[in-house]
Design a protein around this ligand. Sequence first.
Ligand SMILES: Cc1cc2nc3c(=O)[nH]c(=O)nc-3n(C[C@H](O)[C@H](O)[C@H](O)COP(=O)(O)OP(=O)(O)OC[C@H]3O[C@@H](n4cnc5c(N)ncnc54)[C@H](O)[C@@H]3O)c2cc1C
Length: 414
Amino acid sequence: MKDIYKVAIIGGGAGGLAAAIRCASRFGGKNVIILEKQNRTGRKLLATGNGRCNISNTDMDMVHYHGDKRIISSVIGRFSVKSIRKFCSEIGLLLREDEAGRIYPYSNQAATVLDCMRTQLSVLGTEEKCDFFTKKIKKTGFGYEISSPENVIKAENIIMASGSKASPALGSDDSGLMLLRENGIKHTPLFPALSPVETKEKYKSLKGIRAKGIAEIVADGYTVKKEKGEIQFSDKALSGICVFQCSRIVNEYLYYGTVLGNKTRKIEIAIDLMPDYSAAGLERYLRSCKKRFSDKPAGMILSGALHKRLSEAIVESQTIYKKNCIELEEKEIQQIACAVKCFTFTPVKSDQFSNAQVCAGGIGSDEINTDTMMLKKLPNIYVCGEILNVDGDCGGYNLHFAIGSGIIASDNIK
Ligand SMILES: Cc1cc2nc3c(=O)[nH]c(=O)nc-3n(C[C@H](O)[C@H](O)[C@H](O)COP(=O)(O)OP(=O)(O)OC[C@H]3O[C@@H](n4cnc5c(N)ncnc54)[C@H](O)[C@@H]3O)c2cc1C
């Protein structure tokens, strides 16, 4: 172990590992150390993309990011898809992209990404110090003393890559943010993003059903977000990529009572389960089904169009019970058509952080120099990844940002 390291990186996740590789190649591997509180680095990385690690996306546009626009434009403006391809090529990681532009390791294995990063660090001679839970950072003459309950490490520079609160089962917490807060650094409020949404309406029978449709977030009567794609139902929550993309807005409301910063009284998720049909076209279809399914229960009326259990739940949602299809009145046909186009759910608060893929909120551009990623109040401490007030859509945007910001921070250490 060295007496004083050139750079200590707090957190061995995607951002921290990328930063360590860049620092090690700039300053020599032995001058860099990774301090990780878990018993191994890259645990979350292994869980990404359902074990496949969606590392980036060919459509690298700012619209896919939320939070602090100055930080987003600074990082995405300088760290492009070409940059991440170059970084991966330098560590021997081959990539492939799918038809939607999502970039994965060629092996389709998240473990390959972690193996390539760790092998590179080992070749460069950089030490990973695991089970090192950083509890204190103290300014000294040469730089900083970084303490865990058992050890003290000295370093001239620190890169804070400790992530944030999403998915605590993978080791995430806000201990890094707390440390900085104790040292006078402020951050914007945290809330989960890319999470399932628990709802007041519970349909036990819908558990496990998947349907294609459009999810629309309606806040105080106005549509604030619309996403097309697959919706997954459970007995008490909605998920699937299109719900995940909407969850940021829902969680902001559930945690702080605001939507995009505006005080909001009510929020709902309305799902159009048959976007290819107009309400009038659907009513015509239902009238024909009324005759076709004549003496069958009303809950079956949509069974030629949707999953049988979804058909039953929609009819049930209109409080139509104990009727056969033929007994449905015209008003009820219209109600059912309307419910298919607008199957409405009321989000309720639960522990969304536990199932969230990312955390919204964090350190903003008022606290860092966005050119260098260095904290304005704490010289030679740099920040990267999810600890910052930036979160991306599903599709590789969060890993791209964590790696990009880690590399930019490393490139700016003098
Ligand atoms: C299930 C799941 C799937 C995902 N899939 C994708 C995907 O396919 N594509 C994508 O782009 N994004 C995905 N994400 C999001 C992405 O993984 C994160 O945004 C990204 O890992 C953030 O990187 P980071 O380095 O900032 O933080 P992290 O990866 O969270 O790493 C932070 C590290 O710091 C350590 N640490 C924290 N505090 C301390 C401390 N005080 N002392 C020492 N160590 C500390 C933690 O243990 C952790 O290892 C997914 C997330 C989850 C949970």
